[in-house]
Write a protein that binds this ligand. Structure first.
Ligand code: HEM
Length: 487
């Protein structure tokens, strides 16, 4: 295969035609009945751009698949009941006993650990995918809708992770879920309904675990499946954005890349297997805490901290002073509501508005079809960095008392450090942005280095650019056919 980003030459475009493909008897049998070739013509040749960051969305998707598969297995053994049973002379909740049982069966334990790490991987992949979309400006027209849908997916992923906390029903699970219950109950007016819906009115109470289990195994995964489906349908309809190099190679309005079948499908299969392998390895060497570490729930409340992906909310909760409470139309707005609901909701709300705040998105006729180099928009880069640093300071806030900081000091850090990071990034980006401007000629015609201290030799005029083609010097069989991804 030739270099995928090198320019096409007249010779390269006149390669011999592809040999007609031979199909197996099984495929022919199915094709006669289901007209598979029509299906392949319509979807199988969809172009997938070749760029590593385009796998992040797929990683999120596959982590979800792994969670569902391992979750189904765990569901065969897990019992969502808080009834006390006696195991080896010890009285423990049935849910706790069933997870202890899982821990003693090697395969079940491996799959439980894999389920645990897949949840972390899914959140990480979703966040990295979001960062790629944000920093390259691909949330802009026409993809605003998928940005908002993506944020719903992020919210659902975080909820799925949180609801899973309760299930092992050890002292850690009950304490952490209790914090979630307090947050739900703190919502003015809607608090009682929320706590009734999600926790059965109180926590822990007889019906709590059954509700949380149904939400965890059925409601949230079904919503995720439906919303992921909508997200991907929109990607298919609107087509992928493309990495910068494709600007010089693809025809306007067409996407350059490998076809869904069989090349992207093979890459995806490989990625899924790699992820399984990595998760098995992680599960074997770094298991989550054993249930005996905290033991069954008892009168003592252990000191717990949430996982990294919920730590920012914990940080908010910690820095709102306990006296921050007032009445509004008869309802009490307290610190738990401010830190656990209002601040995170405002944060999500601001993220949602991103495509409409970005002034480059206001040129009505324009469609943004290429990834923008990150430094090309210093303001976006600076605000993104400020937000990332802000989240980082909320991690510090979650431990501020352990670090010996006062409330005033941590507030100063949370406000000032992100601002400074944003300004510093903006200054660096505005000074270096020129180097990043994408010019297809630069990638095609390398400029020879100038000898230092000598009179520069006149640089020969660059050769005229070849007209853009859909099938440049790439291996033709790897590319979608022209016209497929056209408007
Ligand atoms: C469960 C979570 C998610 C899954 C499974 C998922 C999956 C995908 C996949 C497979 C693609 C196509 C390949 C790619 O561009 O990476 C995609 C594109 C996209 N996603 Fe997501 N995504 C998720 C969450 C999000 C989030 C949190 C956002 C942003 C808030 C988002 C915004 C977008 C946008 C705007 C596109 C089109 C980008 C383009 O064409 O360049 N997605 N998603």
């Amino acid at each position: 295969m030739t270099d995928p980003v090198s320019p096409s030459t007249p010779e390269a475009t006149s390669e011999p035609p592809l040999r007609p493909r031979r199909h197996s008897a099984g495929w022919r049998w199915l094709n006669e009945r289901l007209d598979l070739s029509a299906f392949y013509q319509k979807y199988g040749r969809k172009a997938f751009p070749v760029h590593s960051t385009f796998f992040l969305g797929e990683m999120a998707l596959f982590a979800f698949v792994i969670l569902v598969l391992t979750g189904i297995y765990l569901g065969f053994i897990y019992v969502p009941s808080t009834a006390e049973i006696t195991v080896q002379g010890e009285s423990v909740p049935e849910a706790y006993a069933s997870v202890r049982l899982i821990e003693t069966i090697p395969v079940a334990n491996l799959l439980r650990n894999t389920h645990h790490w897949a949840a972390h991987l899914m959140v990480a992949a979703v966040l990295l995918h979001l960062l790629r979309i944000f920093f390259t400006g691909t949330y802009r027209k026409p993809r605003e809708m998928n940005w908002v849908i993506g944020l719903v997916l992020l919210g659902l992923t975080l909820v799925a992770g949180f609801v899973g906390y309760a299930l092992p029903y050890d002292a850690y699970a009950v304490t952490a879920t209790g914090i979630g219950f307090a947050i739900a109950r703190s919502i003015p007016w809607a608090g009682p309904i929320a706590s009734e819906l999600f926790f059965g009115g109180a926590f822990p109470t007889l019906g709590s675990l059954a509700r949380l289990y149904t939400i965890h195994i059925f409601i949230v995964p079904s919503l995720l499946a439906i919303v992921i489906g909508a997200h991907l349908l929109i990607v298919v309809k609107q087509k992928h954005t493309q990495p910068g190099y494709a600007r010089a190679l693809a025809e306007p309005g067409k996407v350059l890349g490998v076809s869904l079948w069989p090349y992207q499908a093979l890459l995806a299969g490989e990625l899924l297997l790699l992820m399984f392998g990595a998760l098995f390895l992680l599960s074997a060497v770094l298991p989550p805490h054993p249930l005996t570490a905290f033991g069954p729930p008892g009168p003592a409340t252990p000191e717990v901290k949430p996982d990294w992906y919920l730590m920012w909310i914990f940080g908010f909760l910690k820095i709102v002073p306990s006296q921050a409470s007032f009445s509004l139309f008869g309802a009490t707005i307290g610190p738990t509501f401010l830190g656990g609901v209002l601040f995170p909701a405002l944060f999500f709300g601001l993220l949602t508005l991103t495509p409409w705040v970005d002034r480059t998105n206001r040129r009505v006729l324009r469609r943004f079809e290429y990834l923008e180099p990150v430094r090309q928009s210093p303001l976006r880069l600076a605000s993104g960095m400020a937000v990332l640093v802000f989240i980082g300071t909320l991690f510090v806030a979650a431990y501020y008392d352990t670090f010996g900081l006062s409330l005033a000091q941590i507030w100063t850090i949370v406000i000032v450090v992100p601002l400074l990071a944003g300004v510093a990034t903006w200054m660096v980006a505005t000074r270096t942005t020129q180097a990043e401007w994408f010019d297809p000629r630069e990638s095609l015609v390398p400029v020879p280095p100038q000898p230092v201290g000598l009179t520069p030799e006149p640089v020969p005029a660059p050769a005229p650019l070849p007209s853009p083609v859909m099938e440049p010097s790439l291996d033709r069989s790897l590319l979608t056919q022209p016209g497929l991804d056209g408007p």
